[in-house]
Structures are given as structure tokens and as C-alpha cells.
Design a binder for this molecule. Structure first.
Ligand code: 5RP
Length: 228
């Protein structure tokens, strides 16, 4: 699948998911290129249909895009609940184990997700896999002592790489942390791995989202398919 085809599937999934947002809702808005299509469609609905809702965003990037459409965005601590969160994902299996964080927003994404009544992911069909792990697993790490965390990951066989930007500088998350990507190929025991990662001092969060999502909307050439 080339990029244009993949973008068309992402867009179809984003447009389908935008239908789930109703007047008066508090909606979590994820991060990434698929969510960008979702926010474009929500912006269109705000302008053309008078849709009114409040958004809680999972990154500064999404906040800027949503506000450019006049969507009201509030801080996660300014709401007592989130009705629904719609986000992208890097991989998902049939048990709804997923990897997120390709866009380095995993920490805010997980905070918003865990405070949401319903979670929907929007993906193109290439992201639905039998077993997760081909996509490098992002781990958000405190910069202080990050070198030691990376060495520990190496000794456990996790094949870590520190994520760098195009100019060779460390990528920083919206909380100014580093991202370490684990090149695992296959994750056969995701819960055991999640437990190991989250109990490693210096790790803030990891990109394993295990059985958290309620619905996955999959863009495919025959039209969006809903997995529940
Ligand atoms: C950002 C994420 C994204 O949702 C994930 O990387 C999917 O991105 P895209 O829609 O661009 O493929 O987890 O941290």
C-alpha cells in the first residue's frame, strides 16, 4: 500500500469516527496523522453543522489544530469525565492489545484514555496484526539517568534506541522526556513486558495499551470496518 492509499484509509476512518461526537460531549482527541483527518472533519462539522463540543487533547499539536477550527479545548483536569476519546494506534491485535506512541504522545494519550468512558481507535488496515511488536515499542523515559535505563533494556534483550529527530537531537515529549524505542519484533507476553517496563525506575510510561480500547474503526478499501 503506498502512502496516498494509506492516507485515504486513514481519512475514511477519521471521518467515520467523527460521527460519534455529539453536541454537548466532552471528547478526548488523540494525536497523529489519522487523528488529523478526524479533527479536520470535526472542524467541518463545527463550521457547517454547528456542532458544539468540548475537547481534551493528547498533545499540543492536536490542541493547535483543533483550536484553529474554533473547537473549545480544556485541560484534562478541568473536566470531571470524558465521554469518548478517539485516537490512532500503531498496531492492534484481535484481543485489542495495541502499541501507541509513534508520535511521542503516549503519556498524555494514556492519561486521557484512562479517564475516558469510551475509547475508539482509528487505524488503516495495515495496523491490524496477529501479534503486536513489529512496530518498535515506545517508552517515555526521564532524561536524568536515561543512559542507565537504556543499558538495562539492552541487558534484557529489548534492543533499545533513543529516538532522535532529523537533526540528530533527542526527541522530547510534551513533558520534555525522551522516547526510547524497543525493537522487539514480536511481543508474546505483553502484560509481563508492561509490568517489567513500568517498574523500571526512570520509565514514565510505555506504549502498550492492553485491552483498553472499546472499538476499533479500520479503514479498508471496502469502507470502514468496525471491530468491537
Ligand atoms: C502518537 C500515537 C499515534 O496515535 C500513532 O502513532 C498513530 O499515528 P498515525 O495516525 O500518524 O499513524 O500513538 O503518539
Amino acid at each position: 500500500m503506498d502512502k496516498a492509499q494509506q492516507d485515504a484509509l486513514k481519512k475514511a476512518a477519521g471521518i467515520e469516527a467523527a460521527r460519534l461526537i455529539e453536541n454537548g460531549m466532552i471528547a478526548g482527541l488523540g494525536t497523529g496523522s489519522t487523528v488529523k483527518f478526524l479533527v479536520d472533519e470535526l472542524g467541518r462539522r463545527v463550521k457547517e453543522e454547528g456542532l458544539e463540543f468540548t475537547g481534551v487533547t493528547t498533545s499540543r499539536r492536536t490542541q493547535e489544530q483543533a483550536e484553529s477550527y474554533g473547537i473549545k479545548i480544556v485541560d484534562v483536569d478541568d473536566v470531571d469525565h470524558i465521554d469518548i476519546t478517539i485516537d490512532g494506534a500503531d498496531e492492534v491485535d484481535s484481543n485489542f492489545n495495541g502499541i501507541k506512541g509513534g508520535g511521542a504522545a503516549l503519556l498524555w494519550e494514556k492519561i486521557v484514555a484512562t479517564n475516558s468512558n469510551k475509547i475508539v481507535w482509528i487505524v488503516d488496515e495495515s495496523k491490524v496484526v496477529n501479534t503486536i511488536g513489529a512496530f518498535p515499542l515506545p517508552v517515555e523515559v526521564i532524561p536524568f539517568g536515561a543512559g542507565h535505563v537504556i543499558k538495562k533494556f539492552e541487558s534484557r534483550g529489548y534492543k533499545p534506541t533513543l529516538r532522535l529527530d532529523a537533526s540528530g537531537k533527542e526527541v522530547r515529549t510534551d513533558e520534555s522526556n525522551f522516547v526510547v524505542d524497543l525493537h522487539l519484533d514480536l511481543i508474546e507476553h505483553p502484560q509481563a513486558l508492561a509490568d517489567d517496563l513500568i517498574t523500571t525506575v526512570g520509565v514514565v510510561e510505555h506504549g502498550l495499551f492492553l485491552n483498553m480500547v472499546d472499538t476499533v474503526i479500520v479503514g479498508n478499501p471496502d469502507g470502514p470496518r468496525v471491530m468491537t
